[in-house]
Design a protein around this ligand. Structure first.
Ligand code: AMP
Length: 283
């Protein structure tokens, strides 16, 4: 596996492949890799001639400085895992490489309500930061396909919207959420959970599954209230939001009229670790 930390070196390496029409799969990540990320890498490998993974803890998408500081950074372990999983190229730039201090980021994209609800409401500026870095990384790598997890459903929707708005020449490939055996969605943040928190963390997905069973049987508002109460029965957990939204517009639903497009989304604090998860209710 080749490893680059500068844009020019990566571009130089990719140029000959691009000229020959080689298909490039791209998996952008923030590192601390787990099976969720590696599943994306393997899918990219199966569908493209060359797979590029980026590892960059993007400072401008963190609205909480402590969360940024505590974000796990395990680059040498990650590089080994990527190598073992057949990744061809690792791009791991530093902050100065991605955000030269003398340049301001021009950005005129508007996402309407997509970045105002749920994660967008509780993490102001987060999706603008995500969109900037993903746009920039796509410009650098010029992939044929880019792979994103449904674990971050709202992020995936916003990226799809950006690619559509800007007519970026890339295919966005949505990938199913990879879970631990007990149902907990894999996340780099899971490693920050205490033993007690890790033990109860799967409750989040269990309640999402129960909410799916109850879909259509209770009014939307009652189902949300039930889920919040159920999660918070465990005093280690605090629900930031539990929302049922339209799969495409992400707008909160008040009735089941759009039931075939409903997704339940939640963000839950366990101590100071914030976990998100979601489930498609009518899939
Ligand atoms: P991150 O490093 O958390 O920014 O994630 C990088 C990519 O991996 C994003 O597209 C995520 O949605 C995806 N991802 C993270 N966790 C999972 C998971 N458990 N299952 C599937 N995809 C995931």
């Amino acid at each position: 596996m080749k490893q680059f930390s500068t844009i020019s070196d990566l571009r130089y390496f990719l140029a000959s492949g691009h000229k020959k029409g080689v298909s490039v799969g791209f998996v952008p990540t923030m590192g601390a890799l787990h099976e969720g990320h590696l599943t994306l890498i393997r899918r990219s490998k199966a569908e493209n001639n060359l797979t590029v993974c980026s590892i960059f803890v993007n400072p401008i998408q963190f609205n909480n400085p402590e969360d940024l500081e505590k974000y796990p950074r395990t680059l040498s372990r990650d590089a080994k895992l990527l190598e073992e999983n057949g990744c061809d190229v690792l791009f791991a730039p530093d902050n100065a490489e991605m955000y030269p201090p003398e340049k301001k980021e021009p950005f005129g994209l508007e996402f309407g309500m997509l970045d105002k609800v749920m994660e967008g409401k509780f993490r102001p500026g987060h999706f603008k930061g995500v969109a900037i870095v993903v746009k920039k990384l796509i410009n650098i790598v010029q992939p044929t396909r880019a792979y994103f997890g449904k674990k971050d459903f709202q992020q995936l929707t916003i990226i799809q919207n950006m690619v559509h708005q800007l007519a970026l020449p890339v295919i966005i490939v949505p990938c199913e959420t990879v879970r631990e055996k007990d149902g907990l969605a894999m996340s780099s943040r899971n490693m920050r959970l205490t033993i007690a928190e890790r033990e109860i963390a799967p409750t989040i997905y269990q309640i999402l599954c129960k909410a799916k069973e109850k879909t259509g049987k209770l009014p939307v508002r009652e189902l949300k209230e039930w889920a919040i109460k159920k999660i918070q029965e465990n005093h280690l957990m605090r629900v930031e939001y539990f929302e049922i939204g339209d799969k495409e517009t992400l707008m909160p639903l008040e009735t089941w009229n759009f039931k075939n497009r409903a997704v339940a989304f939640t963000a839950v604090f366990l101590g100071d670790v914030r976990l998100i998860d979601n489930i498609e209710l009518f899939s």
